[in-house]
Design a protein. Structure first.
Length: 366
């Protein structure tokens, strides 16, 4: 009996030790009131139903091959200049002239879309989120929602954006939350964006997981460092809007993306952060990112006609008017996933003593 009691005591002590160790491990996640995350998946937020009948009742848009057949039927004898070169001219030097299109561009029907309320208003052109939030600003959904290449799970554009995000180090995006006391509720935190220098951390099955480390690119990535205030409510991180520049993969031809009124809305855990990123993106830079190094042949795989897309982008642009009053930016949202990471600050650019983020020289002014 005495031996049995000793066994129980030993078991209880072991269990208590395990619990204490677990608590200590959890506490270590917020060491020095900081936690970092690295982006491992990014895709344009597209609302989809199983058969696409609700959002695309008229079907999907034509790609280059389908458009070419309709625009230049074989029954009409024409030269290469009148056909192939004319189409390529519109591809590389697009216009907003809709008379060029062989058929009307198909935009998503209904008023449901995934995204964020970027301007704090509820306007006549705004969407309602699937969970009932009104005032959603995601006008780029009207452009890409019925293009096969942008739809999940493996649309061409969607696939390559995610793939490049995971494969290349140039666009290694991460952020660090500082001055954080709780991942559940904290009314005042600071979120700082960085570009990392290291590969993503994955397990044997290829799944991206938390616990890795990332060095900050202070030299070539200085333009990607931005600090913004935020708060955590019921485990959801929300940041204030700010114009930022984020890295894109050089394999897509454009090394960076300017985003106006950028913000995050992410569900936090100790190992991941998932949710939405939103903001207004420049139409010309977005189009340039699509067209550089990716010709008509490649876009045919996802039935994506860039000339039609260009016209639709300007038709739905809703921010940053130019001198003539034409909007030059369009609201957008991304589904994003981050893994927890330990961010390594170099000795020359360490956090300040009051723990309010990087020193001033490392962070551009607002």
């Amino acid at each position: 009996m005495r031996g049995f009691k000793m066994l129980l005591s030993t078991t209880a002590l072991a269990a208590a030790t395990m619990i204490a160790g677990s608590a200590a491990a959890e506490d270590s996640i917020l060491k020095d009131r900081k936690i970092g995350f690295v982006l491992n998946s990014k895709a344009m937020a597209v609302y989809q139903t199983a058969d696409a009948k609700a959002e695309c009742p008229n079907g999907f848009n034509d790609g280059p091959r389908e458009q070419f057949v309709k625009f230049f039927p074989e029954s009409q004898k024409r030269t290469v200049v009148d056909t192939q070169l004319k189409y390529e001219q519109e591809w590389w030097n697009p216009t907003t002239d809709t008379s060029w299109e062989p058929q009307q561009f198909k935009q998503p029907a209904g008023n449901i879309a995934i995204g964020l309320n970027l301007d704090g208003k509820v306007g006549p052109n705004d969407f309602t989120s699937p969970d009932g939030e009104t005032g959603i600003d995601n006008q780029i959904y009207r452009v890409i929602g019925c293009i096969v290449g942008w739809r999940g799970p493996e649309g061409q554009s969607r696939h390559f954006v995610r793939s490049y995000q995971q494969r290349f180090d140039y666009n290694r995006t991460m952020f660090e939350i500082t001055e954080v006391d709780s991942l559940t509720n904290d009314p005042d935190v600071t979120v700082t964006l960085y570009r990392g220098r290291d590969p993503l951390f994955a397990n044997a099955g290829g799944d991206f997981i938390g616990g890795g480390s990332q060095r900050i690119d202070y030299r070539w990535g200085k333009q990607f460092i931005h600090a913004v205030k935020g708060k955590i409510v019921d485990g959801v991180l929300m940041t204030e809007p700010k114009r930022v520049t984020m890295p894109e993969s050089t394999a897509r031809g454009v090394p960076k993306m300017d985003i106006h009124e950028w913000r995050l809305k992410l569900k936090l855990t100790e190992t991941s952060a998932e949710g939405l990123m939103g903001g207004y993106i420049d139409v010309e830079r977005f189009y340039n990112a699509l067209g550089q190094n990716w010709g008509t042949h490649h876009r045919s795989y996802g039935q994506e006609s860039l000339p039609s897309e260009y016209k639709a982008l300007y038709r739905n642009a809703d921010a940053v008017p130019d001198a003539s009053g034409r909007n030059t930016a369009i609201s957008a949202a991304w589904d994003v996933k981050f893994s927890q990471v330990y961010i390594i600050h170099s000795p020359q650019q360490v956090a300040s003593k009051d723990d309010k983020g990087p020193v001033t020289s490392a962070v551009p002014s607002r």
